[in-house]
Ligand binder design. Structure first.
Ligand code: PMP
Length: 393
């Protein structure tokens, strides 16, 4: 070009692609549009129509402490956990939130509040951690809790809250609490957004004190903004409900009812004798992810610049067979010394840098949940990236 090419396009010893009329393919967010194809096939089966007189009230029609929750949603949440076997829900409280994002803050509020200490409670998670934890916590500047970084480095003898994200965002690993030997001082929030059969083996029914789930990553309906918490202690659940009351006075009834009918169809689709002819939701999504992971691994093996994590196979109680892990994100490492996000952006691929997750710049997180077209374009562009012959280191 006429000298207007930005300098960074020429760096890193990587041959830049000079002619990209197309816009960047954005795989930065974990936007679950991959699931659209399934729901198109399901057609009108879980369409919800509502008349003008329905659901005017602030209150839900349930009888639980989560006073704004619709009974049908609670029923379908409990059923889906039973069908998949991924979590113990009997005897526990369900709290619905506007996405699990709202419940992350509600959980921190509830746990920090019950501690009743004058200093902000330290909140940690093992790196690489979900980038929103520090961002949400620091954004608030509350006196109740503060972000204290990588759980593996935390060694203070004070109460703390640890986020255990399993499977983990960004790297897909299965996790347990990382802070050691803190006895009664630690409180755990298990963020199980990805503990569903399309992503990983369901090895046991999770039975933790406070577990978070979201429709976004389970059914793909991120736009509905429905998440839920499964909570053992009543006083914690009550405080979470109070937080949501102060925040939004509840959660949209339209969204709750639509999510409920989507979950109902998923549960139905999993049953052996089906009254309807829809393909099993988890089979469909696992197959799609398996195919995408295979194609990505093929490209990565060919071009030598990148590497991907490997995952062990486990027996899945839901499928009754050994299954592989197909995370919602690819956590890709570039060759030493290369800024991964920058390199891929030069090739019109939008990713999220490892630095956002408390990690190294060689790493990027790439969403595996985009639409087919975007995923194909991503693979095509990735396959064209070559180390230059005369690359300066
Ligand atoms: N937790 C984790 C680990 C996530 O990856 C996400 C979505 N990226 C969320 C929580 C929040 O999801 P939502 O607010 O859409 O329920």
């Amino acid at each position: 070009s006429n000298g207007s090419t930005p300098n960074h396009v020429r760096t890193n010893g990587i041959a830049p692609h000079h002619h990209h009329p197309q816009p960047i393919v954005s795989l930065d967010h974990g936007d679950p549009t991959m699931y659209e194809a399934y729901w198109k096939k399901a057609g009108q089966r879980c369409s919800v129509t509502m008349s003008g007189f329905q659901s005017l009230s602030y209150f839900g029609d349930g009888k639980t402490l989560c006073w704004f929750m619709e009974k049908k949603l609670e029923d379908e949440i409990r059923k889906l956990h039973k069908v998949t076997g991924n979590a113990v829900v009997d005897g526990k409280h369900i709290v619905v939130g506007t996405g699990s994002s709202q419940l992350i803050l509600a959980a921190l509020y509830a746990l920090a509040y019950t501690l009743d200490i004058s200093n902000p409670v330290d909140v940690v998670s093992a790196a690489p951690y979900y980038s929103s934890y520090p961002e949400m916590i620091e954004f608030l500047r509350t006196g109740l809790f503060k972000w204290s970084g990588d759980a593996r480095c935390f060694d203070k003898d004070v109460p703390y809250i640890e986020f255990v994200t399993s499977p983990n965002n960004p790297d897909g690993s299965t996790r347990e609490a990382a802070v050691m030997n803190r006895g009664q001082l630690g409180m755990l929030v298990h963020d199980l957004a990805y503990y569903w059969p399309q992503y990983t083996a369901i090895t046991s029914a999770a039975d933790h004190d406070l577990m978070l789930f979201t429709a976004s990553k389970c059914t793909g309906h991120a736009g509905s903004r429905i998440g839920w918490a499964v909570v053992r202690e009543e006083n914690v659940a009550r405080k979470m409900v109070k937080f949501i009351e102060m925040n939004t006075i509840g959660v949209s009834k339209e969204a709750q009812l639509r999510s409920a009918s989507v979950m109902e169809l998923i549960s139905l689709s999993c049953q052996k004798r089906k009254p309807c002819d829809v393909e099993s939701f988890f089979d469909y999504s696992q197959c799609t992810l398996a195919d995408r992971w295979k194609r990505l691994r093929d490209v990565v093996t060919k071009n030598q610049l990148f590497s991907l994590p490997k995952f062990p196979s486990h027996y899945c109680n839901f499928r009754r067979e050994v299954v592989q892990t197909y995370p919602a994100f690819a956590w890709m490492k570039c060759k030493e010394g290369i800024d991964g996000e920058r390199l891929l952006r030069e090739h019109k691929i939008g990713t999220r840098s490892g630095r956002r997750f408390g990690w190294e710049a060689e790493y990027v997180r790439i969403s595996m949940l985009s639409r087919d077209d975007d995923f194909d374009l991503f693979l095509h562009r990735l396959s064209t990236i070559q180390p230059t012959a005369n690359g300066n280191q």
